[in-house]
Design a protein around this ligand. Structure first.
Ligand code: NAP
Ligand code: ZN
Ligand code: ZN
Length: 354
């Protein structure tokens, strides 16, 4: 084992603070990564504050990890020291079930291992995420970062990017489709960029008037204020596909009503409480309401390569590690453009008091 410094929550109502972490030594299949940048996902807040009621403390969040390989195990073939690599939301799965064999590790029938707050499959305890100096990950769950992309701005692709890419691909979003993205936060702004790059006509649905200009710059052809009842009524039945990234309680029926006959709304935003569905929003036009969870490893690599070819990264605001609580507050006020990324050089090198 080796010790490194991380930042984590000791309880749901405690601010994140520096703590000392024990990481495993590099096994035969492992890659040891010096973390350079880590994106800040709204899921980090849900988890650190136990909003999904499944958090084990201490909780060290972070699943948008980009770093440099500093050590490789004897059996590692895919990476070498010095490579720039990424780690997303998963660090392991059973690798044998039907889902794993199809490259859908996120739907592993035995449950994939979360990068943080996950239960290691080999009895090594709870996993700790990317708000830390280093991480050791099996090579099968490590991604290659295209050389053309800015490293810090690539970190958010590892969750916000793949979580929006996977449903856009699954529902074959492309040219000739009118696609709604609900919410312009970390996921939403990647959804706008990726759907636009796939050739769709993108419409952003937002509550925030101050995001109109940005949405157009990011690739939306139109922006609709979801608080404008008249505008929303006019849009009834006009969308081929909608991706909902909203992190809090909201009226899902208002968005289901925007779908054409047979069209689908995919929910990726994950509020802790149920979203009541009025069945007639679905029945009357044979609409579908679906969910989607991150994306598989091969699909994540495909998304990274696509972003490399198209020059797509996230719009980021870089923060120091000790600014994390302010960043969380700003995310909760929808005041982020459009992803915070922690510069890991600002992690304290030692812990004065625990
Ligand atoms: P974020 O940056 O906070 O963005 C969420 C956006 O939702 C906000 O910017 C805001 O957009 C909108 N919003 C917030 N509260 C709202 C409300 N009460 N009513 C309507 N709109 C509201 O969060 P994120 O990091 O993108 O994550 C979004 C959600 O996806 C979180 O719940 C996260 O846990 C979840 N997630 C799911 C997966 C998955 O695999 N399914 C993966 C990653 C994250 P506007 O200001 O434009 O309205
Ligand atoms: Zn995430
Ligand atoms: Zn499996």
């Amino acid at each position: 084992m080796f010790t490194c410094v991380g930042y984590g929550a000791s309880a749901a109502d405690k601010p994140l603070a520096p703590l000392s972490l024990q990481r495993r030594e590099t096994g035969a299949e492992d890659v040891r990564i010096e973390i350079l940048y880590c994106g800040v996902c709204h899921s980090d807040i849900h988890c650190a504050r136990n909003e999904w009621r499944s958090t084990v403390y201490p909780c060290v969040p972070g699943h948008e990890i980009v770093g440099r390989v500093v050590e490789v195990g004897k059996a590692v073939t895919r990476f070498k020291i010095g490579d720039h690599v990424g780690v997303g939301c998963m660090v392991d799965s059973c690798r044998q079930c039907a889902s794993c064999r199809e490259g859908l590790e996120q739907y592993c029938e035995q449950g994939f291992v979360d990068t943080y707050n996950g239960q290691d499959r080999h009895g090594r305890g709870i996993t700790y995420g990317g708000y830390s100096q280093a991480i050791v990950v099996d090579q099968a769950f490590v991604l290659d970062i295209p050389k053309t992309l800015d490293l810090a701005a690539t970190a958010p692709l590892l969750c916000a990017g793949i979580t929006t890419w996977s449903p856009l691909r699954r529902w074959k979003v492309g040219v000739g489709m009118r696609v709604g993205i609900v919410g312009l936060g970390g996921l939403g702004h990647m959804g706008v960029k990726l759907a636009h790059a796939l050739g769709a006509d993108v419409v952003l649905l937002t509550r925030s008037e101050n995001k109109l200009a940005d949405a157009k710059r990011l690739g939306a052809q139109e922006v609709i204020l979801s608080t404008d009842a008249q505008a929303m009524t006019k849009e009834q039945g006009r969308f081929d596909f909608i991706l909902d990234t909203v992190s809090a309680q909201h009226d899902i029926n208002m968005y289901l009503g925007l779908l054409k006959r047979d069209a689908t709304l995919v929910q990726v935003g994950a509020p802790g409480e149920p979203l009541p569905v009025a069945v007639f929003s679905l029945i009357l036009k044979r609409r579908q309401f679906a969910g989607s969870l991150i994306g598989g490893i091969a699909e994540t690599q495909e998304m990274l390569n696509f972003c490399g070819e198209h020059g797509i990264t996230a719009d980021i605001e870089m923060i120091r590690m000790d600014e994390i609580e302010t960043a969380y507050d700003r995310i909760l006020h929808s005041d982020v453009k459009y992803r915070f990324v922690i510069d890991m050089k600002t992690m304290p090198s030692q812990i004065s008091a625990l």
